[in-house]
Design a protein around this ligand. Structure first.
Ligand code: FVH
Length: 292
């Protein structure tokens, strides 16, 4: 492949358009296609080639970047043109579950397509900046060959040949984000009982939470080792705190779906006789897979 591979971006939603614009700015010949016509005008004005149809978009390039809505849309779009894709590289930046990424990789391999799966940990406005992390797994050969190209989009990290690895990390980080945000929403509901605005509370949360995250690597070390001895805070102490927070939430008239679930994780470990262990042992209530 030449130093400047031709790239076709399939899907010009918010993210696909940002990817295509970034490839263009980086100087790569870029063709664009979208199911619904008319979404390519800005990109064409910026120098992209607008594909008249999907087959032309695939025909034009060695590297096909898909950024569609979900796994089903990728499959529905690409399966009818699988013969045209044969011999090309498919980089799938659509968010897909790990099992879906593995299924697509198998489908690609069976049809002579080299496959790299990516998980974008950024919003469209951040694409092209180092703060935009993009995780990849799948074909090592493809990643090595395209590394420079992919680095135009943001900070890249490659996790190995398992096509589902990057997606697992992507979805795990999103699980952490949504759970943390839900916790903030619970707090915002509580302070409404005393008249504080949610905006005021959220500003405080945005200061407080990052100050607490320094503990996370230590917690991770405990999860990896299974050693919850020598606690800084034990489960019984954490339970007393959570019982009080649950009661205060109830007093404020706020539902307990979120904070009650956290307390349940603690209660299960105490019921199993681990009350003197570090509070981080609540991780074990999540039934994590066995340590490698
Ligand atoms: N936007 C973001 O902040 C997040 C950041 C993290 C990663 N995600 C994932 O990126 C994928 C695309 O997201 P998006 O923001 O570009 O999404 P939309 O703006 O809704 O555009 C969706 C595009 O997909 C096309 N599409 C949908 N269904 C089909 C189909 N059956 N066949 C062909 N194309 C399809 C849609 O086309 P159209 O509706 O304009 O015809 C858009 O091009 C996504 O996996 C995020 O989870 C973004």
């Amino acid at each position: 492949m030449a130093d400047s591979p031709r790239i076709s971006v399939l899907g010009l939603g918010a993210m696909g358009a940002a990817l295509a614009a970034t490839f263009l700015r980086a100087g790569y010949p870029t063709m664009v296609w979208n199911r619904t016509p008319g979404k390519d005008s800005e990109l064409v004005a910026a120098g992209a080639h607008g594909a008249p149809d999907l087959a032309a978009a695939i025909e034009a390039s060695e590297v096909i970047v898909a950024c569609l809505f979900d796994h089903t849309s990728v499959y529905e779009t690409l399966d009818p043109v699988v013969a045209d894709l044969s011999g090309r590289i498919l980089v799938n930046l659509t968010s897909t579950r790990p099992e879906e990424a593995r299924e697509l990789a198998n489908w690609a391999a069976a049809n002579g397509i080299e496959y790299l799966d990516g998980g974008i940990m950024a919003t469209p406005n951040l694409i092209g900046q180092p703060v935009a992390a993009i995780y990849y797994s799948g074909s090592q050969r493809v990643f090595d060959e395209l590394r420079t190209v992919l680095e135009a989009l943001g900070t890249t990290e490659y996790f190995g040949e398992d096509p589902g690895y990057a997606s697992t990390v992507d979805f795990a980080l999103l699980a952490a984000m949504y759970s943390m945000f839900a916790g903030v929403y619970h707090g915002a509901a509580m302070v409404r009982s005393v008249g504080m605005s949610a905006e005021d509370f959220a500003r405080r949360a945005a200061n407080f939470l990052p100050a607490m995250t320094f503990n996370l690597p230590r917690a991770g070390k405990r999860f990896d080792s299974g050693d919850y001895t020598r606690p800084v805070q034990d489960l019984r102490f954490a339970k007393a705190a959570l019982d009080a927070i649950v009661a205060a939430s109830r007093d404020a008239g706020v539902d307990l779906d979120i904070i009650g679930a956290v307390r349940n994780l603690i209660d299960r470990q105490i019921a199993n006789g681990h009350g003197a262990d570090s509070y981080e042992r609540m991780f074990e209530s999540l039934n994590p897979p066995r340590r490698p």
